[in-house]
Design a protein around this ligand. Structure first.
Ligand code: HEC
Length: 201
């Protein structure tokens, strides 16, 4: 009989090739990996490249970070779809929203607030908005009310005829963000009229 090439029958198709060594009487084949196995293997490599690219290089978020972003977006959508004034909870949940803070900052600069409260909010004719002392309360909803309606003594002019409701919300959000960065000394507080009441976040 003709000498048979290892791994092949005479007619060509592959047969199982035994390797020479024994481990405790166990022998193993030396065959090529099956096509289905190799296909899966290459697919996992391709998957790893896509995964690293999508999540780690392109920066798409996963898990807890993704959830946080989605919840923020949801809170913003709820606010957009509701009519009437925002609740304290809604204002607080928006008080870290960078777009709202930026819009509030722009309104503060254009609405003459600085004339009485100074450009950096530390007070002048009006009180310091960057300390923990408040006449009308440190809740954001209370600030919105004073800004919209003005103070009863008329020294703080009502803004609701000049500004849109959402601009006034954004002003309160911007003031909250200023305070979150720490107090800034300025006009001394009036102990007879201002209560110590740090903003709650
Ligand atoms: C004409 C001066 C003047 C202008 C302009 C002005 N304010 Fe005031 N503001 C005051 C005075 C004065 C008070 C204190 C009212 C009082 O004595 O009852 C006050 C009070 C406030 C309070 C409440 C502070 C507290 O302790 O409770 C907030 C918040 C505030 N102003 C924000 C603003 C913002 C934001 C603007 C710009 C849209 C603005 N003010 C424009 C004079 C002004």
């Amino acid at each position: 009989m003709a000498e048979q090439e290892p791994g092949k029958t005479q007619d060509g198709p592959e047969v199982d090739r035994l390797r020479e060594h024994h481990y405790d009487g166990i022998q193993e084949y030396d065959n090529n990996l099956p096509r289905w196995w190799l296909t899966l293997f290459y697919l996992t490599i391709a998957w790893a490249v896509l995964y690293v690219g999508w999540y780690h290089i392109a920066g798409n978020k996963l898990g807890a970070d993704r959830l946080k972003d989605d919840l923020k977006e949801l809170a913003e959508l709820r606010v957009k779809n509701q009519s009437g004034p925002l609740t304290e909870e809604q204002l607080r949940s928006l008080s870290t929203n960078p777009e709202r803070i930026a819009r509030g900052k722009a309104v503060y600069a254009s609405a003459e607030c600085a004339t009485c409260h100074a450009a950096d909010g530390t007070g002048g004719v009006g009180p310091n908005l960057r300390d923990r002392w408040w006449m009308y309360g440190s809740d954001l909803a209370q600030m919105v009310a004073v800004m919209a309606n003005g103070s009863p003594n008329r020294t703080m002019p009502a803004q609701k005829s000049k500004l849109a409701g959402d601009d006034i919300n954004n002003l309160a959000i911007f003031i909250a963000d200023w305070n979150r960065q720490g107090e800034k000394p300025g006009k001394a507080h009036d102990p007879a009229r201002e209560k110590e009441q740090p903003i709650r976040y």
